[in-house]
Design a protein around this ligand. Structure first.
Ligand code: DAH
Length: 350
């Protein structure tokens, strides 16, 4: 037969155990099972209470009161747990208890159009045998200017709107320093392209202080202008459309001689200069042509800086603006779209 103190102990541990059982319950069914187990007619509380008649008369009322208190405590634990579960049900719109509800699909990201165009351009040149190289965005005067035949005081330095970190350290204004870095490391024949961010103190409708360029160059014996034309024409046909016309216009860059700029027939108006309804084409400004890159035969002065024998080797180089190519390829009219991260814009490329 149990004594009053044993019964009292059992009652106390009942509360703790009930609490633990409820903690583990994850559905209303679990809670109902716990209720039957503890508070039911043949439950654990009832079982303890059945021992009361065996107690001495003077101890019975006190333990009886205690048992009633415990019963109330168990009941309030029960209703708290039920209302907690109800709240979860409400918050999750019943999903907790409706296995037939379709799952929530998380948004899957997609590549930024600029990244896509970088990848596309790189893979075209990789197929042609070019390696992909990269280099630092913080660059010294030597690589960004001097080794590219732009000595201090050269007027063409002004064109670049340079952001200076110190007198001899700059944020690179173009990816052309990768020509120098790569040629210093490798001996000809070498063919490489270098994608990367470049920086200029320039910001308006068609310029941003940071944009992406891709540099390309090839050095070997007997490389000539026809190789450059063939390579860049094949590239333009591949990245835009085999039907685009490509033209080379004489130009000037300090690191190439001769130099050219490459235009393609306007992708918006098909080179007609006018839209189908006869309006002026805003992309090519009625000329029928749009510029896509600068290029030329690498100046012997650059070879001298990197220790290549300019009697033996010749090479071509080119540099293009990635955002510009992306705008033409996807028909985007406003450069700023690329930098605003508006999902309504970006989702169109997924
Ligand atoms: N670095 C030039 C720029 O940013 C672009 C360029 C022109 C690169 C001609 C070249 C080149 O490699 O041959 O304006």
């Amino acid at each position: 037969m149990s004594s009053a103190s044993e019964i009292s102990k059992e009652l106390k541990s009942l509360v703790q155990e009930f609490e633990q059982t409820l903690d583990q319950a994850s559905s209303l069914q679990d809670i109902e099972a716990a209720r039957v187990d503890y508070l039911g007619r043949k439950g654990r509380l009832a079982e303890i209470m059945s021992k009361l008649p065996g107690l001495p008369n003077e101890e019975r009322p006190q333990i009886g009161r205690k048992a009633n208190e415990i019963k109330q405590e168990l009941n309030s634990l029960l209703s708290n747990t039920i209302s907690d579960i109800d709240k979860v049900k409400e918050d999750e719109g019943q999903a907790l208890f409706d296995p037939s509800m379709p799952g929530r699909t998380p948004d899957i990201g997609s590549l930024h159009p600029v990244t896509k165009v970088i990848n596309d351009i790189c893979s075209i040149f990789v197929k042609l045998g070019f390696d992909v190289v990269t280099g630092p965005e913080i660059e010294t005067d030597f690589y960004n200017f001097e080794a590219l035949n732009l000595p201090p005081g050269h007027p063409a330095r002004d064109m670049q709107d340079t952001l200076y970190i110190s007198e001899s350290v700059v944020l690179r204004t173009h990816t052309s320093p990768l020509q120098v870095r790569t040629m210093l490391k490798r001996k000809p024949p070498v063919a490489a392209i270098a994608p990367g961010k470049v920086y200029r103190r320039d910001s308006d409708l068609t310029h941003t202080p940071m944009f992406n360029q891709i540099e390309g160059f090839l050095v070997d014996t007997d490389v000539n202008m026809a190789d450059l034309r063939g390579t860049l024409t094949a590239f333009a046909h591949e990245i835009f459309d085999p039907g685009v016309k490509v033209r080379f216009r004489p130009s000037f860059f300090p690191f190439t001689e001769p130099s050219a700029e490459v235009d393609i027939s306007c992708v918006m108006c098909g080179g007609r200069g006018k839209s189908a309804t006869g309006e002026t084409c805003r992309v090519c400004k009625e000329t029928g042509w749009v510029e896509i890159l600068g290029c030329g035969m690498i100046d012997p002065a650059v070879f001298e800086k990197v220790g290549y024998d300019s009697e033996k080797y010749t090479g071509f180089a080119f540099g293009l603006g990635v955002e510009r190519v992306a705008m033409l390829k996807y028909g985007i009219g406003d450069l700023r779209m690329f930098f605003e991260n508006d999902l309504r814009f970006l989702n169109q490329f997924s």
